[in-house]
Design a protein around this ligand. Structure first.
Ligand code: 5RP
Length: 236
């Protein structure tokens, strides 16, 4: 791999490498989605190729993770073929001091939630810009919705005080379609006082499949930063 020079890329690369180093031979590994986890997947592949790591299988959280795992030679399995996941590595869009997360920047939060919550150990990998005092400070909450329910769910989200926006594709005309064939409404809230409660309220709206608030789920948050020109990884 060529070393990144952009500080954000360098942070993501280092934190991905640190997380990949935590994977042990013989384990079942949840493979998250996003640009940071992509580095972790690449480094896991490198460790497999060098023979340092043996007998692992991955559980992808998205088509992206599946494609990357195949590219880097990580054997894959599915949730119906296993009874546990040892470790999951995944990124986040925001992390608060209690290690609660907003995820779903890649519209993969539904599968990510299944895999990350199922894992015995969930490692979050972020660059320093993702740390916030309070969830919702910057990032909207992604809500995956079945297509026929977009209208009523949008109205329900407005009633809750949110500003909903249907996520549109980039290099694709029209809305983003998730790996499950649904749509994503990004909802900006002025403040999220109680993430635990909001997560449940959102999931209770008919037509909502899953939202991107992850509460009491992360075991370890690894943070990549560049200090004095050097990449460093710390633990929250
Ligand atoms: C995808 C996610 C990603 O993990 C999250 O958006 C972070 O992505 P990146 O590492 O590219 O910043 O939740 O649904």
């Amino acid at each position: 791999m060529t070393a990144a020079t952009d500080p954000v890329k360098l942070s993501k690369q280092e934190v991905g490498k640190a997380a990949a180093a935590l994977v042990e031979s013989g384990s079942i590994v949840g493979l998250g989605t996003g640009s940071t986890t992509a580095y972790a997947i690449e480094f896991i592949g490198d460790r497999l190729k060098s023979g340092e790591l043996k007998d692992i299988v991955g559980v992808p959280t998205s088509f992206q993770a599946e494609v990357l795992a195949k590219q880097y030679g990580i054997p894959l399995t599915t949730l119906d073929a296993i009874d546990h996941i040892d470790i999951a590595i995944d990124g986040a869009d925001e992390v608060d001091p209690q290690k609660n997360l907003i995820k779903g920047g890649g519209a993969a939060h539904t599968r990510e939630k299944v895999v990350d919550y199922f894992a015995s150990r969930f490692i979050v990998v972020v660059d320093g810009a993702k740390l916030v005092d309070r969830l919702g400070s910057v990032f909207p909450v992604p809500v995956e919705v079945i297509p026929m329910a977009v209208g009523p769910v949008t109205l329900a989200l407005e009633k809750l005080g949110g500003k909903p926006e249907l996520r549109m594709g980039v290099k694709k005309a029209g809305p983003v379609i998730t790996d499950q064939g649904n749509m994503v409404i990004d909802v900006k809230f002025d403040t999220i006082d109680n993430p635990d409660e909001l997560e449940k309220i959102l999931n209770n709206i008919p037509g909502v499949l899953e939202n991107g608030i992850f509460v009491n789920c992360a075991d370890v948050v690894l943070v990549g930063e560049v200090k004095d020109g050097q990449p460093v990884v710390s633990q929250l």
